[in-house]
Design a binder for this molecule. Structure first.
Ligand SMILES: NC(=O)c1ccc[n+]([C@@H]2O[C@H](COP(=O)([O-])OP(=O)(O)OC[C@H]3O[C@@H](n4cnc5c(N)ncnc54)[C@H](O)[C@@H]3O)[C@@H](O)[C@H]2O)c1
Length: 421
């Protein structure tokens, strides 16, 4: 699973090992996370230079460039105009210029961006989720194999794998502290995210791209975009992936024209090969009780984990079996980059996170397929389904596959009526 292979050497220019040469980085997708990841790469303290930026929109590059340049200056931020790539295809050129790439566009593009970065033999940090549909997952799995063959380090931003409470507590679970895991509950319940209002003159493609969260080809629905973190923890604890899912969901609160096609709640039971059932719930209901965490039940005790550095193991009689020290835990977003760049400068092949990330993303997509159809959907059906949500053509005047009706509302899934394919 993600977060560190048995150590193997790989071929990188010797100069990295000596720390003498610059490591060139490029960022693809210059929004909040891409910009944050560039900061974290610089804050590793290695000899790093940002040499290229790519984004669908010029204004997003400008908004990202300024704070990076203001903090790190011309010596580290060497991105002249001809290395700021705008549009759908710029990622290929940006990747060419770098040794290490940060892939942080919306998840629908990740399979193509990852495949290209692997093809070009680059070291990779990529954000989760890593796809939004079955075709995308299959592409990422194939590229993950190729990355292993080429010994390219791949770290994925499922940062709980780089967070000490998760690492240490799950190690205790795997060592048998609470027996065999026979059940669990994972949650991402919060109030939801931003909306960008439609602007006069925008093409449908631009509107959807500016509002990527609400369209499945770009986002995968919030069960994929956010809840993947908690589902990934369940898979990590279980050391396997579910064999089937059954669920319910819909649009109860967030129903406007501004909210595209995604649901605002999903509730799914995931069954694993040993018949363990993990219950999963995610919702975007402003004003309702928030909850983002994971609980598991074992044959001899129970576990509680959360991103707030919790890691508690308790026997069924209430005795504490393990309690993670919550003080001074390092920021996992920084640890991801510290560990990735440390491996790169030493010429080590240490990280192959892509396969697990693809399978945890597939888990979340499987959940969406189950809530959209209202049927039991198996892992094999979901992974092999002929489902490719990407537009046939990526251009500002091309049409995405899901379009609004005459009143401006988008079609959305109706459980019991919507078919898997
Ligand atoms: N690990 C975490 O905790 C975490 C937190 C936030 C976001 N993320 C992930 O990071 C990714 C980006 O999220 P964000 O919050 O930064 O979103 P954002 O909207 O702020 O940034 C996305 C950027 O990608 C650009 N973009 C869109 N299509 C592109 C393309 N084809 N090529 C290049 N750029 C393109 C957008 O214009 C935008 O600037 C998502 O996958 C998200 O799930 C992860």
């Amino acid at each position: 699973m993600a977060g560190g292979l048995a150590l193997q050497p790989f071929s990188m220019p010797q100069a990295y090992a000596a720390g003498a040469d610059v490591i060139k980085i490029a960022v693809i997708g210059c929004g909040g996370r891409g910009t944050g990841a560039v900061f974290q790469a610089f804050d590793t303290g290695h000899n790093i230079q940002l040499v290229a930026m790519a984004d669908a929109f010029r204004d997003r590059i400008d908004k990202s460039y300024k704070p990076i340049f203001d903090k790190y200056g011309a010596e580290k931020v060497n991105v002249p105009e001809d290395r700021k790539f705008v549009g759908f295809e710029g990622y290929k050129e940006a990747i060419k210029l770098a040794d290490v790439v940060i892939l942080a566009a919306p998840p629908g593009f990740r399979p193509d961006h990852f495949e290209e970065a692997v093809k070009q033999g680059k070291q990779i940090f990529m954000e989760k989720p890593v796809a939004t549909d079955s075709a995308g997952i299959r592409k990422v799995l194939a590229a993950a194999e190729e990355a292993k063959r080429k010994k390219l380090n791949v770290v994925v931003g499922l940062q709980r794998h780089y967070q000490s409470n998760y690492r240490e507590t799950i190690k205790q679970i795997h060592d048998g502290k609470i027996g065999d895991i026979i059940g669990g509950q994972v949650y991402w319940n919060d109030g939801g995210v931003w909306v960008n209002a439609r602007q006069p003159g925008q093409t449908e493609m631009e509107y959807q791209m500016r509002n990527w969260y609400y369209f499945n080809w770009l986002c995968g629905d919030h069960i994929v975009e956010q809840h993947v973190h908690n589902l990934d923890v369940a898979n990590w604890v279980k050391q396997s992936y579910p064999v089937k899912a059954y669920g319910t969901g819909g649009r109860q609160v967030r129903t406007g024209k501004d909210h595209g096609e995604i649901f605002d709640h999903h509730s799914v039971t995931f069954t694993y090969a040993d018949d363990t059932v993990i219950f999963s719930e995610c919702r975007h209901f402003p004003g309702a009780a928030n909850r983002v965490d994971e609980s598991f039940q074992g044959t001899t005790g129970k576990a509680y984990l959360s991103a707030g550095n919790h890691g508690e193991l308790t026997s069924w009689k209430g005795k504490s079996l393990y309690s993670h020290n919550r003080d001074n835990n390092p920021n996992p977003y920084q640890v991801e980059h510290d560990e990735l760049f440390a491996a790169i400068v030493k010429g080590e092949y240490k990280f192959a996170d892509a396969e697990n990330a693809a399978k945890s993303t597939m888990t979340a997509i499987l959940g969406r397929y189950a809530t959209y159809t209202g049927k039991v959907v198996t892992w094999d059906e979901a992974l092999n389904a002929d489902i490719n949500l990407m537009p046939t053509t990526l251009a500002w005047d091309a049409m995405p596959k899901v379009l609004p009706n005459a009143d401006g509302f988008y079609p959305f899934a109706i459980p019991g009526k919507t078919q898997l394919v």
